[in-house]
Write a protein that binds this ligand. Structure first.
Ligand code: ARG
Length: 461
């Protein structure tokens, strides 16, 4: 007979039983479920709603169940529907009537809401620490490559010279915001729904501040209907994870390009590459491709849960049981992607000569040539046109700007002097970009320092 069997005169259809149950996927909430129940029981006893003796029995019973689940000696059953009823049934089996008092002034609706928040709060900490590890690796590589010139691109066309450090640090900034998104999400998530009851609170003199405190929340959710109804915290997390994956996916895409023969800016370590079953020469960036690929399923989880929630009247509806699989899958996916991505980045070999060579063609110093003329007094728009003509001349004659002789240059503008060759050197072009946030050494050093401080402030394990 079901825990809720009193009102029923028939057994649940076996198909319905399987269809309705969530124990297959929510069993992973066992720890949080027990944690919530321990706090609830302590509060009930403190408020005189159950006896101290019952609380002690409940506490011991729950601790025993926790130990047994962790030892792998407990088997859950679909007859008990979900983790909440499985634990409660086990408890009553083990300690008798006291177990039946645990659910006083509580509903599975506030129970599942508190479990999920507790669970996701932990996962957020773990993911945050993994992102910080990745940032540290970005920093390590960036420090090695502050003087490594590479082409910066727009439209995937060579645009202006930058350093490889500057390129990596751009991802560093994005990952930094991903960390703060996790932190913000956790802050909003950190309110306790326990004590909301089914939807309308309870007539028992419970102390919601106490359970919130015991469970490490900043306080209880203010409205009981809201407490059991919303899953915005899970959606917000999925949003943050989707943005994070979008960043990783772009980074992955560049790594895939960079290790192609067409670019050859980097080479991935053998331990982070795979071969082909037919083509003996192949070394494939599967890790990067899989990270890019898995981004889709995290977006899918976000879309799925948003869609699940969009038409639901307040308060709890069973549709909401569908929140767990997408959230769990997204969390698992991200936790798999981050460390392998970090390892791939930490072990990649950078090929600075190839980057320098790619930066050397494509007229990547054309803006600097125009700036040279503008600094000598020519209005920038005229300088722009002049250099445009020069580039055209070069393409017709198979030359680069710095390969033109002074006579050829002066034929176009008398403002050109000997110092133009220094101005056109890529190292000058990059090194002179000292504006705040630019690729010059001073500026990448500042960025490295700030990002290092950011990681240090969080002093993760
Ligand atoms: N397994 C359910 C879920 O995950 C728990 C809440 C059930 N509440 C209810 N009123 N049926 O949503």
């Amino acid at each position: 007979m079901k825990l809720w069997g009193g009102r029923f005169r028939k057994e649940t259809d076996t198909l319905v039983n399987d269809f309705n149950s969530s124990i297959q996927f929510d069993s992973r909430l066992y720890r949080e479920d027990i944690e919530g129940s321990l706090a609830h029981a302590a509060m009930l006893a403190d408020c005189g709603i159950i006896s101290r003796e019952d609380q002690e029995k409940i506490t011991q019973g729950l601790q025993g169940i926790l130990a047994d689940i962790e030892a792998g000696t407990v088997s859950f059953s679909t007859d008990n529907e979900d983790i909440h009823m499985n634990v409660e049934a086990l408890l009553t089996q083990r300690i008798g009537p006291a177990g039946k008092r645990l659910h006083t002034a509580r509903s599975r609706n506030d129970q599942v809401a508190v479990d999920l928040r507790l669970y996701l709060r932990r996962e957020i900490d773990e993911i945050t620490s993994q992102i910080l590890d990745l940032i540290e690796t970005v920093l390590t590589q960036a420090k090695r490559h502050q003087a490594t010139v590479m082409p910066g691109y727009t439209h995937l066309q060579r645009a202006q010279p930058i350093s490889f450090a500057q390129h990596l640090l751009a991802y560093g900034e994005q990952l930094k915001r991903d960390v703060t998104r996790m932190e913000d999400c956790k802050k909003r998530m950190n309110r306790c729904p326990l004590g909301s009851g089914a939807l309308a609170g309870t007539t028992y003199p419970i102390d919601r501040q106490q359970t919130a405190r015991l469970l490490g929340f900043d306080g209880p959710c203010s409205n009981s209907l809201d407490g059991v109804s919303d899953r915005d915290y899970a959606i917000e997390l999925l949003g943050g994870l989707s943005i994070l994956m979008m960043h990783l996916s772009r980074f992955a895409e560049e790594i895939i390009l960079w290790c192609s023969w067409e670019f050859k800016f980097i080479e991935l370590d053998d331990a982070y590459s795979t071969g082909s079953s037919i083509m003996p020469q192949k070394k494939n960036p599967d890790v990067a491709e899989l990270v890019r690929g898995k981004t889709g399923r995290v977006y899918g989880s976000l879309m799925g849960l948003l869609t699940t929630m969009k038409g639901l009247p307040l308060a709890y509806n069973k549709d909401m049981q569908e929140d767990k699989e997408p959230v769990f899958d997204a969390v698992d996916t991200v936790k798999m992607c981050l460390p392998v991505f970090t390892g791939m980045l930490a072990t990649m070999r950078v090929l600075p000569e190839n980057m320098r060579q790619a930066a050397g063609s494509g007229f990547i110093n054309a803006t600097d040539c125009a700036d040279y003329l503008a600094k000598k007094g020519m209005p920038f728009r005229d300088a722009y046109t002049t250099v445009g003509n020069l580039v055209y001349y070069c393409t017709q004659n198979g030359k680069l700007l710095e390969e033109l002789c002074l006579e050829e240059l002066q034929g176009i503008s008398p403002l050109f002097e000997e110092d133009v060759y220094e101005a056109l050197r890529l190292e000058t072009c990059m090194g002179q970009r000292r504006s705040y946030g630019g690729p010059a050494l001073e500026e990448t050093s500042r960025q490295i320092q700030e990002l290092t401080d950011f990681v240090k402030e969080r002093a993760h394990a």
